[in-house]
Every structure is written in structure tokens, then in C-alpha cells.
Write a protein that binds this ligand. Structure first.
Ligand SMILES: [Zn+2]
Length: 686
């Protein structure tokens, strides 16, 4: 067999969250494939990295009052801890926030610019003037323009289901600062993907780079039309890399994330010798990406387009898998089926999840269902009942002795299983693990039948038949080792335990062809325990508790003296912001003011124009978004509280020189604050 050179990647986990059982479908699937290729003797490199850039990390760092670097370092440690517990073994685990990645982004960008693919366009988007950042849809909430439900997300209404753009919302509010967002225009950089249409058509629709369902999806949804330009920049501040020829912008996280695969390879080369080009600019090198179906679009259109333009290898194959469901349903926090990797490890051994996933993973994009009853039954029946049982029923009779010097007659058992090696290998190669596991279990059934027919537990009672007993155990332990070898990519720990028991390490797939003879057998140690449904129940309980714990922290119980028992709804809708100091508070100059004029603003459907008097002839012109809640004539003469030192802001209708304080979610739900009797305009609120 010729040695292949294979570079393998899993999608980069985002540094804003912990690893859960859904993520693990992909990492376990990839790790099995990598271990299989290594066992076949191919030169294989498995690289991954944390995906660190983007708005979510920036906002989290701000909220927690620490640097982005601090946040991503902590998450990286947690990710690596979870991965290593599940036996996922990367050759290099990098970060998209690395020097290697920055340099590669710059050089690939230059190729794309030089190829004439980049175009500037103005994009108008909602902007948060307080947080000083443009707002993605999910950071805007407001009243649904269709059904008037309050506090709806920026892209669709949870009440009536209508979809809209965040600019259509009535009384939109930024979830970052509660400020009213304003429309702002900024220059973005776009890659004209259409220029690569012919290449992408050719690459996606021919050869074996994609599963046929993926190729068809791309053809049906994207390639049959003009390809839309891809917006690859975000205006600063944005946690990412600044674009050298457009310093007011950073690359969008989806530009630099896949380049992270290359940067991680480069780090490996620096530590182990070799050149990036050996893996990424070499006809002999195969690149395999494993991804979930939600990110197909980025990996099958943008990414090949970038690689092609910059002169790197195109992927040999993109393996796209489905999502995890639990008991046929989406993972859910409230029912406890949203299980974090670390919670699982508190209750169950990682190897059995690797096996269960393998027994369910096929070549397509179907979702993988974790059925908890089936999980317990299958793991116990297959791993304990069929595989480990072969060793536990025979190893004790030969422990601290040797296997037979000459391999005994086994009725063709070993030779039959050896003849299946290439068939099982081809199933692994195609990621058809479920069929591979079935084939291996059929072989295990044959081996168990052999043991049952030979009854070593009866042979051992007769000292005259010691030789026969040794032969039976030699056959059974060789069958066991052969099966463990086929399962090594899935169960590396069991392979290691087997190496210790039989003292000849499994090093190559072809070791399946030759039985061990005359080698020593160590003292038998327990290999694997049955799992119990109680363990699974406890895991689900813990996941549920963790969710309830989180919810409790925002919904405290009522105080004994609280006879009013006001609903916690308002507080939940707008959670408390971070602590501030008295100095912070004193920066905001709140004053009592009298509304001396109030009127409609032509062309504005939410605003009223107010003239506020602070006394002594000092006035402020203010545009307030209170039109849905107040008639202007009812306002004249009343006292309000205003922010008197707010930086004046130019609006479409004129200059706004302050803000009146009100509570409520916007629209009709606006309630102006009034001072108690005796208060006069100009008084400061302390
Ligand atoms: Zn609605």
C-alpha cells in the first residue's frame, strides 16, 4: 500500500462556549478517522484551533471587565481539557488569534485583492452610539412592526413569526447598552464570488470532493443563480485582525477562521520540522475537512474560492455530518438533554460514547440520535458482552504464562476475521462507521460461539487437558486482539489495555493478519464495566440542575415582607448592568426640568420635539421617542428628569441636546419620571 499524506481538520470550536455532546459528534468522528489513517501507516496530521474573533467575544470581555485575550485563554484550557478526556488527540491545537494566522490572512488577502476580486460598498446598519459599535440583528430588540408585540428580536417575531429587518422594528433598543440605535453607513469590503462561479461549479459538481447531497444542495440553492458578493469586513471596533489596506475595518470572523487550519499546520511545522507548503501546496497532500451541515456554505464556496485564488491545495474531501438529537428531540436545557462534556464525564466513561456515536454514524448528513435507553443497552451488549467478555472468560486461565507456541487449529476463525480487514478498512475510509461496527460485532459473535463451544471453564477442571485449555485461550485471545485492533480508532484506551495484557502493542492495521504465539500474558486486569441507566439519569439530572441554578440566579424568591409581589418580568427582560461607582454615576448630570414646549416633528413617527427649561432661561432642545405614549399638549408644564450633560447629537430633524428619563420597553410602554412636589427646575438629582 502506498503511503498517503493526509491533513485532517475539525471545525474550530468558538471560544465563547464550552464543549457539549453535540460538538463531540464531530470531534469523535474526526478523531476516529485520523486514528484509523495513522493505524494504516499513512502520514496523517490532525489540526484544529479555537475560533476566537468576533463580536460575541468582544462583548463578553467588556461585560466581564477583562481582556479578550484573557477570555480566550481560559476557554482554550477548558476546550483542551474536554477534548483530551474524550481521547481526541490533535497534533496541533492553535488559535485564530495568532501571529501565524495574521500573516497568512494578510498574504491570502493580498492574492484576492491582486486578483481583482475585492469591491467596496456602503452598508447601512443600526449603530449603538453608546457601545460605539454596529449591531448584528441579534443585538437589537424592539416592538414587532406587524403584531406590536414588545421586546422582539431584530430578525423575526417570536409572537407572530413574521420576519423583518432590524430597521423595521418600532422603538428599537440596543441590547448592549439600551441606547436607541441609529442608522449609520460604513464602507465594507466584499469579495465578488461571482467571478469564481465557473470554478466553483466545476469543483463542487465533479469529482468526489463532496457528498452528493451536498453538491446538489449547492447547485439548487446557490450555483444556479448569480453568486452574491461576500461581505468580508466589519467596521472597528471589532475583535479581529485589522485589514492592512482598510485600517478602519477588520476581517469578518469567517474570513480568518478557516485560515486558522493553515496557521495551526504552520505551528506544527515550526515545532516538528517541515514547511506549510508540504501540506498546503503539494499535489501529494490530501486535505480533509470535517464539518457540521450548518457551515457547509462557508467551507464549500468561500473557502475553496480563497484557496484557489491564493494558489493553495483545494480540499480533497469535505465530510459533512448532521446534528445530535437526544431521544429524537433537539437538545434542550429544560429537559436536561443539553449535556456538557464535563457533566457527562462526572457520570460515564468517555470510551462508551465514542463507541455509541461510531455505531450510529453513517456517510450522510442525517442527524445522529442519542437514545439513552439504547445507549446503555448497546454499550453493555456489544462492548462488555461481546468484546471484553472474550478476554475476561479466558485470560485468567493463561495469565502469567504464555500463549501456545504454535497457533492451534481454530476452524478458520482467525483467517475469516483477517479476511475482513480490507472491507472494514474501506468502511472506515468512507466514514461509514455504523456498518463497520456491525461487521466487527458479527465477527465477535463468531468468536464468542467458539468460546462457548470449547467451554474453557470446564477444561480447566481437568489437569490432563491443560494443553487443550491453553490452545482454546490462545485462539480466544487472538480473536479478542484482532477485534480490538479493528476497534482501535474508536476505543484507543481499550487498545492500550489490550497491549498491556498481551504484551505486543497493536501498531498497524496489518497486525490483524498474524496471530500472536508464544508471547506472555500479563495478570488480567478489569477492562471495562457495564454502565447503568442510573448513571445516565444522574447525568440528565445534573444537566437540568445546572440550568435551574442559572435561572434561579435571575429570578430570586420574594422577600417575606413583600406583599406586592411584583412580577420579575421587567427585570428579566432587561437584566441589570454591571456595577458602577459613585464617580461613574456622578458623570451623568441628571436635572429636574420643565417641559415648556412640546410638538410633533414632521416626518417622524416616533418622536416628539420638547423644549426643556432648567430655569433661569437655560433650555435644551430634545427629541424624545415618546410619541406613541404621550400627546404633546398633555406634557407642557410638567416636570421631568433629564440628562443635562449628554453630548449633543445631530439627528435628521435637528440637534438633540439631552434626554428625558423614562422607564418601559418603548412604544406605548413609556413612562416619564416625575419628581415629588417641591422640586424645581435646575435641581440636580443625586
Ligand atoms: Zn409580531
Amino acid at each position: 500500500m502506498t503511503q498517503r499524506q493526509i491533513l485532517v481538520t475539525s471545525a474550530l470550536p468558538y471560544a465563547n462556549g464550552h464543549i457539549h455532546l453535540g460538538h463531540l459528534v464531530e470531534y469523535i468522528q474526526t478523531d476516529i478517522w485520523v486514528r484509523f489513517q495513522k493505524l494504516r501507516g499513512h502520514r496523517t496530521l490532525y489540526v484544529c484551533a479555537d475560533d476566537t474573533h468576533g463580536t460575541a467575544i468582544m462583548l463578553r470581555a467588556r461585560k466581564e471587565g477583562r481582556s479578550e485575550d484573557d477570555v480566550i485563554a481560559e476557554m482554550r484550557d477548558a476546550h483542551l481539557r474536554d477534548f483530551s478526556q474524550f481521547g481526541i488527540e490533535f497534533d496541533n491545537y492553535g488559535s485564530t488569534n495568532s501571529d501565524e494566522n495574521r500573516q497568512l490572512c494578510e498574504s491570502i488577502w493580498k492574492s484576492i485583492v491582486d486578483a481583482g476580486l475585492v469591491r467596496e460598498k456602503n452598508v447601512t446598519q443600526l449603530y449603538d452610539p453608546v457601545a460605539e459599535t454596529f449591531l448584528a440583528d441579534r443585538f437589537v430588540r424592539g416592538t414587532c412592526p406587524k403584531c406590536q408585540a414588545a421586546n422582539q428580536p431584530g430578525d423575526n417575531c417570536s409572537k407572530c413569526g413574521s420576519t423583518y429587518s432590524p430597521t423595521d422594528l418600532i422603538a428599537p433598543v440596543s441590547t448592549l447598552s439600551d441606547a436607541t440605535p441609529e442608522l449609520r453607513t460604513a464602507t465594507h469590503l466584499f469579495i465578488e464570488l461571482e467571478q469564481l462561479h465557473e470554478f466553483l461549479n466545476e469543483w463542487t459538481q465533479s469529482g468526489d470532493h463532496l457528498q452528493s447531497e451536498v453538491a446538489n444542495y449547492l447547485k439548487g440553492h446557490f450555483l444556479s443563480d448569480r453568486l452574491r458578493d461576500w461581505d468580508v469586513s466589519r467596521p472597528n471596533p471589532y475583535f479581529g485582525f485589522n485589514i492592512p489596506d482598510s485600517p478602519e475595518n477588520s476581517w469578518y470572523v469567517w474570513f480568518d477562521a478557516p485560515i486558522g487550519y493553515m496557521a495551526s499546520t504552520e505551528q506544527w511545522c515550526a515545532a516538528n520540522g517541515g514547511q506549510l507548503a508540504d501540506w498546503w501546496k503539494n499535489d501529494e497532500s490530501e486535505i480533509h475537512h470535517f464539518i457540521g451541515k450548518d457551515i457547509t456554505y462557508f467551507h464549500t464556496l468561500f473557502w475553496p474560492g480563497m484557496l484557489k485564488t491564493a494558489g493553495y491545495n483545494l480540499p480533497e474531501k469535505i465530510h459533512v455530518h448532521g446534528f445530535l438529537t437526544v431521544g429524537g428531540e433537539k437538545m434542550s436545557k429544560s429537559t436536561g438533554t443539553f449535556v456538557m462534556a464535563s457533566t457527562y464525564l462526572n457520570h460515564l466513561p468517555p470510551q462508551v460514547l465514542r463507541y455509541y456515536y461510531a455505531s450510529k454514524l453513517g456517510t450522510g448528513q442525517d442527524d445522529l440520535d442519542l437514545n439513552l435507553d439504547e445507549f446503555v443497552a448497546r454499550v453493555n451488549a456489544d462492548l462488555v458482552g461481546k468484546i471484553v467478555n472474550l478476554a475476561s472468560r479466558t485470560a485468567k486461565f493463561v495469565q502469567q504464562g504464555n500463549l501456545s507456541e504454535i497457533y492451534p487449529d481454530d476452524g478458520g476463525l482467525f483467517a475469516h476475521a483477517a479476511s475482513q480487514a480490507e472491507r472494514i478498512a474501506s468502511l472506515y475510509e468512507k466514514c461509514n462507521y455504523s456498518t463497520a461496527m456491525k461487521e466487527i460485532m458479527l465477527l465477535a459473535d463468531r468468536a464468542n460461539k467458539y468460546v462457548e463451544d470449547c467451554t474453557p471453564w470446564i477444561l480447566r477442571k481437568d489437569p490432563e487437558r491443560a494443553h487443550e485449555l491453553k490452545n482454546v485461550c490462545t485462539v480466544a485471545l487472538n480473536a479478542y486482539r484482532q477485534l480490538v485492533l479493528y476497534l482501535t480508532p474508536v476505543l484507543p484506551d481499550l487498545a492500550q489495555q489490550t497491549n498491556e495484557l498481551l504484551n505486543v502493542p497493536i501498531q498497524h492495521w496489518d497486525d490483524s493478519q498474524t496471530p500472536l504465539t508464544g508471547t506472555p500474558v500479563s495478570k488480567f486486569q478489569h477492562l471495562m464495566k457495564r454502565i447503568d441507566e442510573k448513571q445516565v439519569k444522574k447525568m440528565i439530572e445534573e444537566s437540568k440542575d445546572a440550568t435551574e441554578e442559572n435561572e434561579k440566579s435571575v429570578v430570586p424568591e420574594f422577600h417575606a415582607a413583600d406583599k406586592w409581589q411584583d412580577s420579575g418580568e421587567a427585570l428579566t427582560k432587561e437584566p441589570m448592568t454591571d456595577e458602577c461607582t459613585i464617580d461613574d454615576f456622578m458623570k451623568v448630570d441628571l436635572r429636574v426640568a420643565r417641559i415648556i414646549e412640546a410638538g410633533h416633528v414632521e416626518g417622524a413617527n416616533k418622536l416628539l420635539q420638547l423644549t426643556l427649561s432648567l430655569g433661569g432661561g437655560e433650555t435644551r432642545n430634545v427629541f424624545a421617542g415618546i410619541k406613541a405614549a404621550y400627546e404633546p399638549e398633555t406634557l407642557v408644564g410638567r416636570l421631568v428628569v433629564c440628562v443635562a450633560n449628554l453630548k449633543p447629537r445631530k439627528m435628521k430633524f435637528g440637534l438633540s441636546e439631552g434626554m428625558v428619563c423614562a422607564s418601559g420597553g418603548g412604544g406605548k410602554e413609556v413612562f416619564l419620571l416625575s419628581p415629588d412636589d417641591g422640586s424645581v427646575p435646575g435641581q440636580r438629582v443625586h
